[in-house]
Ligand binder design. Structure first.
Ligand SMILES: NC(=O)C1=CN([C@@H]2O[C@H](COP(=O)(O)OP(=O)(O)OC[C@H]3O[C@@H](n4cnc5c(N)ncnc54)[C@H](OP(=O)(O)O)[C@@H]3O)[C@@H](O)[C@H]2O)C=CC1
Ligand SMILES: CC[C@](O)(C(C)=O)C(=O)O
Ligand SMILES: [Mg+2]
Ligand SMILES: [Mg+2]
Length: 343
């Protein structure tokens, strides 16, 4: 079995004498900055003036411009949106990197697809949490953590692995498990997971289920609770006990329906489509399309986003969540950071 490292396997001294610049204070940025700071590390956040800057100051974190934070740091973690990283790297990070610094990513996209080409005299590695940034923060505060992958692209100092592991420990990943990967594996599996399963696959499945019920004349509220709201409760059981743990808690009727009807919906045809998605990722076709979409100022992204937000499942969901204060509270907490972080 692949070696999984945990909290007590890792020495953090190598990072204690270093200054860490977290560039960006969005979903991942705020979590890394606050978790590392509370783990005892010396953190500065690099930003432009704006909402994230104000939020970071409010959170008690030292904030400087991207150029100044990079210039004074030994370890520079880029937690900007992937699509903006190359430009900000060229303008403000690259000119301020010094030999022996570490350049760090939470996702391998820009290195793997050659959008950022780092100098030869720095360490380059990734620490990729396998979970949303807001959960990296929330689980850390709860005394738990989100697993992370580490991968070394360039080891100029000979210390890249030790620094990477200390960083992963500092954000709390050692409580859940830290695994070695490569930039290629992380990039391709992360893109595949978010497109085919976690985000794209699940959203399409939920919407198709909702539409099937409402088009058959069932109440949208019933369809919302059945196909979206309850998904979290079912996935929580999978998170805790795998498919077996989920099946332990559901009725035998549900489990039989799971066995006989699940494969009628997701089957070899679906797997063939998943393989197409993976091929587009591996060949770089997906990356090329995303880069071009950004160069054209996102016409398709914006149009699809507007139409998705207008779907009946979203309208009915907004109304129902207003009446569930325990759900609303968490959504608002997330929105506050997201609206401060996203473009
Ligand atoms: N989201 C996630 O949970 C995960 C993300 N990752 C990776 O982590 C990285 C960061 O992603 P994510 O956290 O989603 O990013 P976000 O979209 O949440 O980051 C937004 C942050 O970037 C700042 N920013 C944007 N443009 C600029 C600019 N021109 N100059 C300075 N700051 C700027 C924003 O500041 P402002 O308020 O001024 O706009 C904000 O603080 C990506 O590589 C992603 O793939 C990896 C694992 C999971
Ligand atoms: C699943 C989406 C993700 O890969 C993540 C939260 O891990 C992302 O890029 O946001
Ligand atoms: Mg991702
Ligand atoms: Mg991911």
């Amino acid at each position: 079995m692949t070696k999984v490292l945990y909290h007590n396997d890792i020495q953090e001294e190598v990072l204690q004498s270093k200054k860490i610049a977290i560039i960006g204070y969005g979903s991942q940025g705020h979590a890394h900055a606050l978790n590392l700071k509370e783990s005892g590390f010396d953190v500065v956040v690099g930003l432009r003036q704006g909402k994230s800057w104000d939020k970071a100051v409010e959170d008690g974190v030292e904030v400087k411009s991207v150029a100044d934070a990079t210039a004074e740091a030994d370890v520079v973690m880029i937690l900007l949106p992937d699509e903006y990283q190359p430009k900000i790297y060229e303008e403000s990070i690259k000119p301020n990197l010094q030999a022996g610094n570490a350049l760090v990513f939470a996702h391998g996209f820009n290195i793997h697809f050659n959008q950022i080409v780092p100098p030869a005299d720095v360490d380059v590695f990734l620490i990729a949490p396998k979970g949303p940034g807001h959960l990296v923060r929330r689980t850390f505060e709860e005394g738990a953590g989100v697993p992370a992958l580490y991968g070394i692209y360039q080891d100029f100092t000979g210390q890249a692995k030790d620094i990477a592991l200390a960083y992963a420990k500092g954000i709390g990943a050692g409580r859940a498990g830290i695994l070695e990967t490569s930039f290629q594996e992380e990039t391709e599996t992360d893109l595949f997971g978010e497109q085919a399963v976690l985000c794209g696959g699940v959203s399409a499945l939920v919407k198709a289920g909702f539409e099937t019920l409402t088009e058959a004349g069932y109440q949208p509220e019933v369809a919302y609770f059945e196909c979206l709201h309850e998904l979290k409760l079912i996935v929580d059981l999978m998170y805790e006990g795998g498919l077996e743990g989920m099946r332990y808690s559901i009725s035998d009727t549900a489990q039989w329906g799971d066995f006989v009807s699940g494969p009628r919906v997701v089957n070899e045809d679906t797997k063939a489509r998943m393989k197409d998605v993976l091929t587009d990722i591996q060949t770089g076709a997906f990356a090329k399309g995303w880069i071009l979409e950004n160069q054209a100022n996102r016409p398709q992204f914006n149009a699809i986003n507007a139409s998705e937000n207008n779907h009946q499942i979203e309208k009915v969901g907004r109304e129902l969540r207003e009446l569930m204060p325990f759900v609303k509270q968490k959504a608002n907490a997330k929105k506050e950071v997201v609206s401060n972080g996203s473009n």
